[in-house]
Design a protein around this ligand. Structure first.
Ligand code: GRF
Length: 220
């Protein structure tokens, strides 16, 4: 018994956020350990990384199931089989239904590339650029049945630069994703952050005087 919470990571593709969680979990003091990397796509690049690290992997292809409930039940079964206590969705491109999210309430996290509740769904960087916002970012939240609408655990704001393209902005946001996801998972795994009556309970932290100005404002 290590005292670490067992986390199953759900992916669909590249898996760079999964890699940031695996790297964080390498630290003996990290409060979670990765017990399973599960993908709904057999060709997800992240699976090769997990296999190379000798982590247990599984593929549950959503196309093999007649409906979402059946797919969710198989995913939940695999998670239980590996003793998962927490679930981290990391670029997992399937919506988890009501039954699974209710059963695992407060134990399923997701990372989303925007400052929620702005830009739920896809193409967040394109939409942020089209709107001309000067500050964009990413969010880790608990998963609820409504897409990208669950209670917020942690956010990072990044500036939008004048010459940004969707891919340059995505790269800046991704760097922040890799910083906040391991931190948010550690808070949940250690019990410092939890879901209570639909709200995130977290110790107050941060510098109340710290503000991100974008573009930067010079003192006159
Ligand atoms: C990330 O931007 C994540 O926020 C979003 O999908 C992307 C997945 O990237 N949900 P990766 O597979 O973690 O590299």
């Amino acid at each position: 018994m290590t005292g670490k919470r067992r986390v199953g990571i759900l992916i669909s593709g590249r898996g760079s956020n999964m890699q940031s969680l695996v790297a964080a979990a390498d630290d003996p003091d990290y409060p979670a350990e990765v017990c399973l990397v599960l993908s709904n796509r057999a060709d997800a690049a992240g699976l090769a990384f997990a296999e190379a690290r000798n982590l247990p992997t599984a593929v549950v292809d959503h196309r093999d199931f007649s409906d979402r409930a059946a797919f969710d039940a198989e995913v939940a079964g695999r998670l239980r089989q590996h003793g998962a206590e927490l679930v981290a969705c990391a670029g997992f491109m399937r919506i988890l239904g009501e039954r699974l999210t209710a059963e695992w309430s407060g134990r399923v996290l997701n990372i989303h590339p925007s400052l929620l509740p702005c830009y739920r769904g896809l193409d967040t960087h394109e939409r942020a650029l089209a709107d001309g916002v000067r500050v964009h970012g990413c969010t880790v939240h608990f998963v609820s049945p409504e897409l990208d609408a669950g209670p917020i655990i942690c956010q990072a704001a990044v500036p939008v630069m004048a010459d940004d393209t969707p891919s340059s902005l995505a790269a800046r946001v991704l760097k922040a994703e890799h910083a906040i996801y391991p931190q948010a998972l550690a808070w949940v795994a250690s019990g410092q952050v939890r879901l209570e009556n639909g709200k995130v309970r977290a110790p107050s932290s941060g510098d109340p005087d710290q503000t991100l100005f974008s573009p930067a404002i010079r003192a006159r």
